[in-house]
Design a protein around this ligand. Structure first.
Ligand SMILES: *[C@@H]1O[C@H](CO)[C@@H](O)[C@H](O)[C@H]1NC(C)=O
Ligand SMILES: *[C@@H]1O[C@H](CO)[C@@H](O)[C@H](O)[C@H]1NC(C)=O
Length: 344
């Protein structure tokens, strides 16, 4: 959790000049009721597009992206083709892998994260393309040497085959050095009033049961460069505190929670605590005093309302489901690997 907090601090102090375009592609096999291929695109950590093997035609996810695609129909056409080509490519690869690894049954997942970053101050660009299989790093493109690298012996056959495909490597190089950053610059320019806005969150205090930690929850902020922490007597307080990660909301804004375990704090000392939210680039902080009367909870004492327990379980299950779905798609910033995000 310490590293996470440092990471938040780092995000906070780093400037707003880095932009990114990331594509997340996922093929599954043996997962019922889930499209066998799903892809989505993010610009500056906001989802801008989606396609899957059922809908086939990519869907813009923000108003400005829809306008951009209407203005650039040939670019939209490119995404329509990529969705279909990638679907077939992923399907062939997951089938090939299952066969080669003797995996005749069970659920399998092949993922790719690729894209580019552009520093609008230095002009530096950086491309990446890496695959994960069944939740672990599988193979990645090294753009310096223009070869595929892998930590896994299972991927060695793939590496040899892909290293031999010089045309594809050259396409990759062109894509990551020119095509991707050029389009990223156009997207950022076009969407700047949306991407460079700031939005403050609503902050609430939440608690599952009277003995649970109190969660300070901020939702609806933008961009994802924010800090939240608890204070005691006006000083930053890190003891018995659990920092959550910044998570995306469906509308392109973000949320975060920081939990404070109060089990060893006397009730009369609660008023010494407050929770501070700070959005990078915005001077004002949002300070929320720890006030018992302001805490929101779904908890109903069993003696008051016997169905409360059932409601609680349903809410907990729904929450778990949301966390799992979010977790599946969160790219771990702190170790850049295909490991499931920490959803606690
Ligand atoms: C797959 O199964 C075949 C036959 O059962 C065996 O010869 C081969 O070594 C297995 N391959 C792997 C990667 O386990
Ligand atoms: C809160 O702290 C107490 C002891 O100080 C500990 O027993 C309890 O497990 C903690 N609760 C959580 C949810 O971490």
């Amino acid at each position: 959790m310490k590293t996470l907090f440092l990471l938040l601090l780092f995000c906070h102090v780093s400037s707003t000049v880095k932009h990114s375009l990331k594509l997340f592609l996922t093929a599954t096999s043996g997962v019922p009721n889930f499209p066998e291929f799903v892809a989505f695109a993010m610009v500056d950590e906001v989802q801008v597009g989606y396609c899957d093997s059922n809908i086939k035609t990519p869907e813009p996810k923000q108003g400005w992206v829809r306008d951009f695609m209407n203005d650039n129909p040939q670019h939209m056409e490119w995404y329509i083709q990529r969705c279909s080509i990638s679907h077939h490519f992923f399907r062939a690869n997951i089938d090939g892998l299952k066969q080669r690894l003797n995996q005749t049954e069970g659920a399998h997942i092949l993922q790719r994260m690729n894209g580019c970053e552009w520093d609008d101050e230095t002009g530096e660009v950086f491309g990446f393309n890496q695959y994960g299989y069944d939740g672990e790093d599988f193979i990645a493109l090294d753009l310096q040497t223009l070869t595929w690298t892998t930590p896994r012996q299972q991927a060695f056959t793939t590496k040899l085959r892909w290293d031999a495909d010089k045309a594809k490597l050259e396409f990759n190089k062109y894509y990551y050095i020119h095509y991707c950053p050029d389009w990223l610059k156009k997207y950022v320019h076009y969407g700047r009033s949306f991407l460079q806005r700031t939005e403050l969150p609503s902050v609430s205090l939440l608690q599952k049961t009277p003995s649970s930690p109190v969660s300070c929850h901020a939702t609806g902020f933008y961009p994802d460069r924010a800090m939240m922490y608890w204070r005691k007597d006006g000083e930053e307080h890190h003891e018995d505190v659990d920092h959550g990660e910044i998570l995306p909301n469906h509308d392109g804004s973000f949320q975060i929670s920081v939990d404070l375990n109060l089990s060893s704090v006397a009730p009369e000392d609660w008023r010494r605590y407050d929770c501070v939210f700070h959005l990078s680039g915005v001077e004002d902080h949002i300070v929320t005093k720890l006030d018992k009367a302001q805490i929101r909870t779904n908890w109903v004492s069993p003696s008051e309302f016997p169905a409360g327990g059932v409601t609680g379980v349903v809410v907990a299950l729904l929450l778990l489901l949301v966390l799992c779905i979010t977790g599946l798609f969160i790219w771990r910033k702190n170790n850049n690997g295909f490991r499931p995000a920490n959803t606690k």
